[in-house]
Design a protein around this ligand. Structure first.
Ligand SMILES: [Mg+2]
Length: 263
């Protein structure tokens, strides 16, 4: 209950997208009004997503079209995290098993998709193919470093659960004969560091709200932020009983619109 009292003092609300704010092509019930109410109360809204299909501008545009006006600077997608990580390492060529929007975000930083790369990254790719897996596996066998955008096996699109980045990464892992892959998105150290340097949000007045205990709650808890789990997406009430270290949320919201009831 202590957390419910302090929620009033929270200034920054960081929302996950898939399964929390939207099911890709439509908002979850109550999201538009809740975010408007939060803004009316002077709260700052941010979005952090492991969805790899687009860059910052793409997500800001999609959110605005669905009724939530926001700017690219308030959205931190894994494509941007990847661009930061590779840019910092001075990597200029990456073999991407991902879509155009992901590649475009890398391109802005002078990082090209290439079949001659020392790095391979797997994200959600709705045109994933046998030959893409083959190329990625070949490069990894030749020594390329293997990355994936998230450990999510699936993601919500409308009423469907579609294969996530990790499903694709598993495929490539098997073909390449490796058993590890470096993770770029939540809750990785990369995601935490880039979020920290981008937004500089302070523990004590920030909450991370998402539907996934393994990614959203772990990231938020490790960063010392307050955490809120929205049910009805990735994690269920039963999952709460088996929550591992760092996975437990401070607050559980049965529905998205219940956030306002705690304020
Ligand atoms: Mg989610």
């Amino acid at each position: 209950m202590a957390y419910e009292r302090t929620l009033k003092e929270v200034e920054n609300f960081v929302f996950d997208l898939d399964g929390t704010v939207w099911q890709w092509n439509r908002l979850r019930h109550g999201v538009e009004d809740t975010i408007e109410d939060l803004r009316d109360r002077g709260k700052d809204i941010y979005f952090l997503t492991n969805n790899s299909l687009m860059g910052r501008e793409g997500y800001a545009e999609k959110l605005s079209k669905l009724g939530i006006d926001t700017s690219p600077g308030r959205v931190l997608p894994v494509s941007y995290i990847a661009a930061e990580v590779f840019d910092e390492m001075d990597v200029r060529r990456v073999y991407t098993v991902a879509e155009e929007g992901f590649r475009d975000e890398l391109k802005k930083r002078g990082i090209e998709h290439s079949e001659m790369a020392q790095h391979v990254v797997a994200g959600v790719d709705r045109n994933f193919s046998y030959w893409k897996a083959a190329k990625a596996a070949e490069l990894i066998r030749d020594g390329a470093e293997f990355w994936c955008t998230s450990v999510d096996p699936y993601w919500w699109a409308g009423d469907r659960l579609l294969p996530g980045a990790y499903s694709i990464a598993e495929n490539v892992k098997l073909a390449a004969g490796v058993d590890t892959v470096k993770v770029l998105g939540k809750p990785s150290e990369h995601a935490r560091q880039i979020m920290k340097s981008e937004w500089k949000l302070m523990p004590g007045n920030t909450i991370v709200i998402g539907d996934n205990m393994r990614s959203d709650m772990v990231l938020g808890n490790r960063m010392g932020y307050m955490t809120g789990l929205v049910l009805g997406g990735n994690s269920t009430e039963e999952d709460l009983n088996d929550a591992g270290p760092h996975e437990k949320p401070n607050i559980v919201f049965r529905e998205f619109e219940r956030i306002m009831m705690k304020l």
